[in-house]
Design a protein around this ligand. Structure first.
Ligand SMILES: Cc1cc2nc3c(=O)[nH]c(=O)nc-3n(C[C@H](O)[C@H](O)[C@H](O)COP(=O)(O)O)c2cc1C
Length: 170
């Protein structure tokens, strides 16, 4: 029986062009629900997720995130923030991002990670308290074109070892 979780990991690609089509409420709820349910270090949950769906606000996000202007055309976006000073905040929030992206993909919804630093403008514009840093903005939408899951990755044995660094798994 195919492993659907691995299939999602195998086929998911960064999607930067979206159809002009709404993502149904239940799928959106699954996406933010996955973020909410994600595990975090010591279960501290040092994060906040702002779901953005209004077109004006999506356009604003597209203008604020230099590396993600296409967010303007997404059906929705999630601003991912973590508590300033939290040692595990980046790791915890990154894991939540992966949860959201995989769950979206399971519903046929594409997404991508945009931004990494320099998102103070997003924090201010969307009313997050200054006790948070914004890690990323994740746009979501149905892919405009069919996504072929052909990944460009370094060779498996270059990045995976068995038992000891440099010993191939085969
Ligand atoms: C931490 C992280 C930050 C990223 N930042 C951006 C970004 O700012 N803008 C963008 O268009 N893509 C961004 N990406 C997407 C990557 O460029 C993309 O996933 C990578 O090139 C591999 O392509 P694939 O996901 O289609 O296999 C980011 C991905 C990660 C994991």
């Amino acid at each position: 029986m195919p492993n659907q979780v691995f299939e999602a990991a195998r086929t998911i690609m960064a999607v930067r062009e979206y159809q002009d089509k709404e993502v149904p409420e239940d799928a959106i709820r699954r996406i933010v629900g996955a973020a909410h349910l994600t595990a975090s270090a010591a279960n501290r949950q040092p994060w906040h997720f702002v779901l953005v769906r209004k077109r004006d606000a999506l356009r604003k996000l597209g203008s604020l995130v230099r590396t993600g202007p296409y967010t303007a055309n997404a059906a929705a976006a999630v601003i991912v923030a973590y508590e300033k000073g939290s040692k595990s905040g980046v790791s915890d929030a990154s894991r939540a991002i992966q949860s959201m992206m995989l769950v979206a993909w399971g519903d046929g919804v594409g997404s991508n990670w945009t931004g990494l630093t320099g998102l103070e403008n997003v924090r201010q514009e969307f009313g997050l308290p200054d006790t948070y840093d914004v890690l990323a903005v994740i746009p979501f939408g149905y892919p405009k074109r069919k996504v072929i899951g052909k990944k460009k990755r370094n060779p498996f044995d270059q990045v995976v070892s068995a038992e000891r660094f440099g010993s191939p798994l085969g």
